[in-house]
Design a protein around this ligand. Structure first.
Ligand code: DAH
Length: 344
């Protein structure tokens, strides 16, 4: 017997033994590559065909084809067996199964309140503008009538980056930035993050404000009241009261703080015979600072002396807490999904 014939016989024998032991598709694939692949054992033997004497070629060629067919059959049989086995264990795709619901994200309550606030003012014709979080001392203080060494700077617990650069402590610098570039009349709201070096149960070093301001001819405090009353009505509902208390801010004159009637006790100051915990028995909750734009601010931006306007700055966390009945400020920043997924 020719040596090549022996090799072929041997190959089929070992292929048969090996095929029998195969139990997994991955093994079957290895088998296919090793025996039938382009660089496999069979090809290796067939490569020798060319060098044979012409008289041996037809016979050995036929033998080689037989061996190839035998191994291919081993492969096909095993393939069918494995496929049938699989079908038995794992049924075909069940189209009646309900689909898997992918988890979807939601916006953070702070983002929601900020967007809603902007939408309410946008509906009144206000533009929306955003400014830098790293701000010049000039816009954060100087242009807002808070010169160096002014005692009002103490209230701000400022994070300084350099002597003239800081993390903005409020969104009010946007008043100066916008007015510097744009002539009246204008109405703008500016939402964003602000920073103060302060951290305890009721303060986080970063929080959010929405600044609003309007400049035109003959703007009065009544206009400010009307705009804020409409805002409160849209944000909290029509039954909620609004009051103004005199206050002081360097960039407004006169200045006020605005309170809404307590959401929890409906302004009564007590609940179930006890002083209300949220408003501490007063019936009122502070939500913003406001006032008529100080003439010194108009001067800093180069507006004419007879300019008139109002401004306000509201605390977004505060409003979100009141709106959703959240009692702990820290919940906003712990990213606990049990908390966050409640705001659908
Ligand atoms: N910027 C003030 C603060 O962060 C809030 C404020 C008060 C803004 C009065 C105003 C305003 O625009 O008129 O405490």
């Amino acid at each position: 017997m020719h040596v090549m014939e022996e090799e072929l016989q041997h190959l089929v024998t070992s292929a048969r033994a090996e095929a029998e032991a195969i139990g997994e598709p991955a093994q079957l694939e290895e088998f296919r590559v090793r025996y039938l692949g382009r660089k496999g054992l069979l090809s290796g033997i067939l490569r020798g065909l060319g060098a044979l004497p012409a008289m041996d070629k037809p016979r050995l060629g036929a033998k080689a084809n037989e061996a190839k067919a035998a191994i291919e059959e081993l492969y096909a049989a095993k393939n069918a067996a494995l496929g049938a086995g699989r079908a038995h264990v794992r049924p075909a795709l069940d189209l009646s199964l309900p689909g898997r619901q992918p988890a979807h994200g939601r916006s953070h309550p702070i983002s929601r309140v900020m967007r809603e606030t902007c939408a309410i003012f946008a509906a009144m014709g206000f533009d929306i503008a955003e400014g830098p979080n790293v701000e010049l001392d000039y816009y954060n203080f100087e242009a807002l009538n808070i010169p160096a060494h002014h005692p009002a700077r103490d209230m701000h617990d400022t994070f300084y980056v350099t002597d003239s650069l800081l993390l903005r402590t409020h969104t009010s610098p946007m008043q100066a930035r916008i007015m510097e570039k744009q002539q009246p009349p204008l109405r703008v709201v500016a939402p964003g993050q602000v920073y103060r070096c302060d951290s305890d149960i009721t303060h986080t070093p970063m929080f959010h404000q929405v600044e609003g301001f309007l400049v035109d001819k003959n703007v009065s405090f009544a206009d400010l009241k009307g705009v804020l009353a409409l805002f409160v009505n849209k944000m909290f509902g029509s039954g909620v009261g609004l009051r103004f208390r005199p206050s002081f801010f360097p960039f407004t004159e006169p200045s006020a703080e605005a309170d809404i009637s307590c959401i929890l006790c409906s302004g009564k100051g007590h609940r179930n015979g006890e002083p209300c915990r949220i408003c501490k028995g007063t019936g009122w909750l502070e939500i913003l600072g406001c006032g008529m734009v100080d003439p010194n601010v108009f001067a800093a931006v180069g507006y004419p002396e007879d300019s008139t306007g109002f401004a306000f700055g509201l605390g977004v966390e505060r409003i979100a807490m009141l709106k959703y009945g959240i009692t702990d400020l820290r919940m906003f920043y712990e990213n606990d999904l049990r908390f966050l997924t409640q705001f659908a």
